[in-house]
Design a binder for this molecule. Sequence first.
Ligand code: FE
Ligand code: FE
Ligand code: ZN
Length: 277
Amino acid sequence: MLRIGCHLSSSKGFLAMAQTARSIGANTFQFFTRNPRGGAAKEWLQEDVDAMLEFFAANDIAKPLAHAPYTLNACAKEERTREFALETFADDLKRLRMIPGAMYNFHPGSHVQQGAQKGIELIADTLNRVLKEEYTTTVLLETMAGKGSEVGRNFEELRSILDKVELSHKMGVCLDTCHVWDAGYDIVEHLDQVLEQFDRIIGLERLRAIHLNDSMNPLGSHKDRHQKIGLGQIGRAGILGVINHPALRGLPFYLETPNELEGYGEEIAMLKREWTK
Ligand code: FE
Ligand code: FE
Ligand code: ZN
């Protein structure tokens, strides 16, 4: 079975997200733990989470992927910003104990003139302060497009972060198709080689989720502008190559394409049709 979903708004709560996912043919979904541009999170109600977990069991929906806010920058230059990242990260991981076995994805950060090496150290330091052995959440580093001073623009940088994390068995990677394309990895013509590189540098066992997005821009553009499936530079065949690649079978795929619910439903239906059993 193809495990596929999309990014959903969490404004109506957990059960509502699970119901929305089902209504558009999704069997998993992604949500922001709080306002993506920062700020305090609403309270998570235990009965709402429990209702969602029951709905999952009855409808074969897999545990969702939580996404940290974009403003979380664990390697910011200003200490105040790094402090905010640390507090947000710690609070999100505490909350996620309510959803056992969930995954938590975050953008490694932007080093803003400090250099990638310093960025990597600050990110690993944050992880070493927030990860706890008793947590069941897997924390995912997202592959980035390399816009501005983003850390995680190549597989080597992600590997360097993982190498510095003490509880690195709690960590994985989320590969974003738009981001790796924009970073210069040709997943259209050379997907096998890209995945071999990933395996050699990071290890495919670390790959836990895929963000499935087309890109508005050409290979290596370092832009990060998502496009609807088939309307971008990766193209429909490129995306179908990803969902059907033998090394990626069994992974959950999350659409973050510029769509309303109806458009997401259409993309999910198309991808299910084109997925080879
Ligand atoms: Fe992201
Ligand atoms: Fe993404
Ligand atoms: Zn993006």
